[in-house]
Structures are given as C-alpha cells and as structure tokens.
Design a binder for this molecule. Structure first.
Ligand code: FMN
Length: 368
C-alpha cells in the first residue's frame, strides 16, 4: 500500500464532496486590506492552495468588537463580503472547497488594534495573560468588560449574521473558532469564566454559549455547512480548566445533537502557532470517543503520521497548517512524495507577498 492512499481518497463531509482528505488549517496571516477587507493578494494566496480537499480560511472577526490583532479580515461589512468573493472564486475556479472560520477574540485584544469606539469583552473581567502585538509594540492585554445578557444575545446574533455573510461571499460553509483561548473557549474554561448566571458555573452552563452559537450557525447556514474547532486540553492564551476531561466530553457530546458537518481538534503538541514539548494527552482518541460525526485532526502532521491517522480510522481528515504556508502545492508534493519546504516564522504575520504568495511549487523550485 502506498503511503498516501487514504489522504488522497475522496470523502463526503456534510454538504461537500471533497476530492481528498487533506485540509488546509485556518491561519491568520495579517494581510487584509484597510477595514478588514480581503484583497486580490489574499485571493491569489488561497487560489494557489486550492488543491486541498478543504480550505478553512483564516479566522475572520464577526464584528468590530471581535477583532484582536492587526490587519485581520472581517465578515461583518459589505466591502468585506465583496473582498471575500474574489477569494472564494479563486478557489472554486480550481475546483476547491472553502469555508470561513468565524472569530471573536473576546479578551485577547487591545484597543489600538480595533476600530475606535469598540470595547474589549469577555465572560468575566479577567485579563488574558501575556502581551499582544500592537502598532506601538508588544503591550499587555487590558482587563475586558464582562458581557451582560444583552451583550451575549447580540454576540450570538453577530455570529448568525456572519454565517449569512460568508455564504453570500461564496463560502461553502463556516467553521466556528471555539479553540485557542478566544471568546467561546473563554466561556468554556473555569479560569476565564467566573460568571454566576446560566453561562457560568457548572460545565453545562459554561458550554451554553458554544451550544447556542453552533445552533445559530446551523440554523442560518444549514447544519451540513457548519464545522466546529476545539482545542481540548490546550492552554494557549491562558485557557485552562480545573477538569478539562469533563468539560470537553460534555462540550463534544452536546454538539453531537446538532448534526453539523464536522468536529476539528488540535493536538496538544501544538499550542497556537508553535510546537510545545512534553504534551501527552491523546486529543484525537479523546475526540473520537465522544464525537459521532466526521473528525478532522490537526497539529504537527507529516504525510506518514497523517496517513496513519486515516488508516487506523482515528480521524477522517487531517489538517496541515504550517506546511501549507510553505508548500502551495502540498497535495501534489504528498502525491509525488516530494520533500516539503519549511515555513519561515518571520513572515507569518507581516505585510505583502514575501512569505505569503512567493513560496514556489516543487516544479517552480526545480526551474529556479
Ligand atoms: C501563522 C499561523 C496562524 C494561525 N492562525 C490560526 C487561526 O486563525 N485560527 C485557528 O484556529 N488556528 C490558527 N493557527 C493554528 C493552525 O490552524 C494549526 O492548528 C497549527 O498550525 C498546527 O498545525 P501544523 O503543525 O500543521 O502547523 C495558526 C497557526 C499559524 C502557524
């Protein structure tokens, strides 16, 4: 048997018939235009990577309040929808499938990175640990305002509208970013959620926002066009819990009832955009135990380890992040067993083409 047969096999996930099981993981690249409007350069980048069975486009803020970092794209204004349309067309032209990751950063933000007049909000008034990159350099993240009930309802509505906007922009669906310590994950975790209302306290209450938002997305986009991304047992952005096993077992089992297209989990060996040493929980096995639908595994995969996940049926698809940055033709390299180029961290979040659209394909590299 060849070492990539399963990776290259087609699969039905929700509403989509995918050409292969190789997924491009969502990656913030901080190259959107003014006011979070995607540009022709962004369309070129995604078009280059359309060989993936499924592209999960970088996290896009659902509202001005949901933005945390510089130059990230939005999906809440007309101009942004128009900008994204060029991105989805570029991918569809090459026969690809693309969904948009919907993002609210919660407390992981700084006023200098958001539109004027917007607040930083979270389940509770507890600052995120660490510092964030701003136009004035690295700064601490301020204490956020705790959302009141009306604020939570408005946020759920923003997610629903963002899903409608994404479909209007030509996306094939949406992925809810409930991972890596952002708003939904802040509600999940006991360290960032000290609420005493029905959104805090027992695990089922802390999972309420996840459940409500996922249900709203399913209602607005169709359940078979919605995925959810979780980072069980991760600690990125200070999302830690007194009992993560109970928390994530409950979160996943509640999602089972919604009939959504997939669950996407990240191995704890990768924290955000970096590898970490010493992590040992088997997140994929954990998710498989609790989740009844299609499962995407991400974090630190090679062709060999990804193929093993599929052969053993631990996962149904595998997502690659950094390899897709440096190898626009990753699927072709997997097929022809060509070596992979390594992504350069220095240009992960910088502006312009360098380190973005200028990584060559294997064929171009030989020609150079
Ligand atoms: C530059 C960069 C940006 C990222 N941005 C996001 C993001 O917007 N949303 C998200 O869920 N994960 C994000 N991640 C995490 C990746 O989706 C993925 O989980 C991680 O890179 C591990 O996969 P890999 O080992 O194949 O790179 C980002 C990672 C990188 C390297």
């Amino acid at each position: 048997m060849s070492g990539h047969e399963q990776l290259l096999s087609p699969v039905v996930v929700g509403a989509w018939q995918l050409r292969n099981r190789i997924v491009m993981a969502p990656m913030t690249r901080s190259r959107a235009g003014a006011r979070g409007v995607p540009t022709a350069l962004n369309a070129r980048y995604y078009g280059q990577r359309a060989g993936a069975g499924l592209i999960i486009a970088e996290a896009a803020q659902i509202s001005p309040e949901g933005q945390g970092y510089l130059r990230t794209p939005g999906i809440h204004e007309r101009e942004q929808i128009r900008g994204w349309r060029a991105v989805t067309e570029a991918v569809h032209e090459h026969g690809g499938t693309i969904v948009l990751q919907l993002w609210h950063v919660g407390r992981c933000t700084h006023p200098d990175n958001r539109m004027p007049g917007t607040r930083g909000v979270a389940p509770s008034a507890i600052a995120a640990p660490g510092r964030i990159f701003t136009p004035g350099g690295l700064l601490p993240m301020p204490v956020p305002e705790a959302l009141d009930r009306a604020g939570i309802a408005a946020t759920v509505a923003d997610y629903g509208q963002a899903a409608v906007n994404a479909l209007e922009a030509g996306f094939d669906g949406v992925e809810l970013h409930a991972a890596n310590g952002y708003l939904i994950d802040q509600f999940l975790h006991s360290s960032s959620n000290l609420r005493t209302d029905e959104y805090g306290g027992p695990v089922r209450n802390r999972c309420r926002l996840l459940r409500e938002v996922a249900a709203r997305l399913a209602e607005r986009a169709g359940a078979d066009r919605v995925g959810v991304r979780l980072s069980p047992f991760g600690a990125f952005n200070g999302a830690v819990d007194e009992d993560p096993a109970s928390l994530f077992a409950n979160a996943i089992e509640e999602l089972n009832g919604l009939g959504i297209a997939y669950l996407h989990v990240i191995n704890v060996e990768v924290s955000g955009d970096r590898n970490v040493a010493g992590a040992s929980t088997d997140v994929v096995a954990f998710a498989r135990r609790h989740w009844k639908g299609r499962l995407i595994a991400a974090g630190g995969y090679t062709t060999e380890s990804a193929e093993r996940e599929l052969v053993s049926k631990r996962a149904d698809l595998v997502a690659f992040g950094r390899p897709f940055i440096a190898n626009p033709d990753l699927v072709e390299r997997i097929r022809s067993e060509k070596p992979w180029a390594e992504a350069q961290r220095a240009t992960f979040y910088t502006e312009g083409e360098a380190g973005y659209t200028d990584y060559p394909t294997a064929t171009q590299a030989v020609a150079i």
